[in-house]
Design a protein around this ligand. Structure first.
Ligand SMILES: Cc1ncc(COP(=O)(O)O)c(C=O)c1O
Length: 400
């Protein structure tokens, strides 16, 4: 009935509008009997990622918080997290009262260094957050081995990837619990905010769903499954809650948009990978643009195309000067890496949950962070992307 309704924006070029109209028309008997949008999104997500449970939430950050709760991280515990990532990983640890312990990175892949994880483990360590930075999985086999040896939970922050692979397995599904983000710039978006928690473990799934769903007693690992009769609930003595949770639920509007986007995920991913190929060609042979290295057994999903810019010393052209010159030639603005979390004013030099964060904790990440350039990959028009990569190549040739 709504098939003629198409968004003019290529960003929402799938069935987003059709699904939204169907949601708004939910009194229509045809729609009334259908599963909720979040259930449909979760089931579709689980199927494609080959994971037992998916729990839709309203952001990646809330997913991280719920994952911390699910893994039973408590005040006094320590959680190891990479030094090169967004600050939300540390915030999730702090919000359950635990202490973030930062591990340094592998300067080639930019992901957490398993050897530094081992160095940072103490008797208080309970979990490791592993981030697929820019769309690239960390060294998961090595990390899972360490986790098994020390009985630690592994939380895979896959906010920056979707359908990225590690040894043929989907990023996000290798650790004990994983999270995804559907914020506006991510591989898919559920409107501007949204997220998903995934796990193969029954108990983690129930705990994550209860925490993100205000702790309703009757909730199970799957969405929408309850054996309760409505007359049981419509009782003043009915006891609803057995868990102290928060309302992190994904809305039906978000889920309708997210599902429509997810139906196009392969197409969206292959576009990003194609854009990365243009940038590969643009920087080929350049000694002072060092691409994030993809190990042979990984499939990078290219949230961004990240390079380490080493022209500051080699060419005497600063990061910002390079940025200005690229833009002047017609290139698009690009981001640097997020500041090291513990150098942000909210954490730096503060005493939080028994930790004090000072410069020098992770020297490799601190130095590499200053070099990173993150070129955008979410072009809709491949001709435009090609042109931007050619502009980069022109600038490289001018400076070389
Ligand atoms: C690695 C990583 N983790 C977590 C998040 C948080 O996701 P959200 O913005 O959906 O809360 C992001 C978002 O940028 C991210 O990049």
């Amino acid at each position: 009935m709504h098939n003629q309704n198409k968004c003019s924006s290529g960003k929402y070029g799938g069935k987003e509008l059709e699904y939204l109209l169907e949601f708004l028309d939910h009194d229509n008997p045809v729609n009334k009997s259908k599963k909720s949008w979040s259930q449909r999104f979760e089931e579709s997500f689980s199927e494609k990622l080959k994971v037992k449970y998916s729990v839709a939430v309203n952001s990646g950050t809330s997913g991280l918080h719920a994952a911390m709760y699910a893994a039973n991280i408590q005040p006094g515990d320590e959680v190891i997290s990479p030094a090169l990532t967004v600050i939300m990983d540390a915030y999730a640890i702090i919000h359950v009262g635990a202490k973030p312990v930062f591990a340094d990175i592998n300067p080639l892949t930019l992901t957490i260094d398993p050897n530094d994880i081992e160095r940072k483990i103490t008797s208080k360590t309970k979990a490791i957050i592993v981030v697929s930075l820019q769309g690239l999985s960390a060294d998961m086999d090595h990390i899972m081995k360490i986790a098994e040896k020390h009985q630690l939970a592994v939380i895979e922050d896959s906010a920056q990837t979707l359908l990225g692979k590690y040894k043929g397995r989907m990023a996000g599904t290798i650790g004990h619990i994983g999270i995804f983000s559907f914020e506006a710039k991510k591989h898919i978006t559920s409107g501007s905010e949204g997220g998903m928690i995934v796990t193969n473990h029954d108990e983690l799934a129930v705990r994550a769903r209860k925490f993100s769903g205000i702790g309703y007693r009757h909730m199970s690992a799957f969405a929408g499954r309850t054996s309760l009769a409505i007359s049981d609930v419509q009782d003043p003595n009915y006891l609803r809650f057995d868990t102290i949770g928060l309302n992190y639920r994904m809305s039906e509007v978000q889920a309708a948009v997210g599902l429509a986007q997810f139906e196009r995920v392969e197409e969206l991913l292959s576009k990003r990978q194609q854009v990365a190929k243009f940038f590969d060609e643009a920087i080929e042979g350049c000694q002072w643009m060092v691409k994030q290295e993809t190990p042979r057994n990984c499939e990078h999903s290219y949230y961004t195309y990240a390079v380490r810019y080493q022209g500051t010393d080699n060419l005497n052209v600063s990061w910002k000067e390079f940025y200005d010159r690229y833009k002047k030639l017609g290139g698009d603005g690009f981001y640097g890496a997020c500041m090291i979390p513990y150098l942000e004013p909210s954490l730096n030099d503060k005493e939080i949950n028994g930790a004090t964060f000072k410069r020098g904790l992770c020297p490799i990440a601190e130095s590499v962070q200053q070099e990173i350039m993150q070129f955008k990959t979410n072009y809709r028009d491949m001709e435009v992307a090609k042109k931007k990569a050619e502009i980069l190549n022109t600038l490289i040739n001018k400076l070389s």
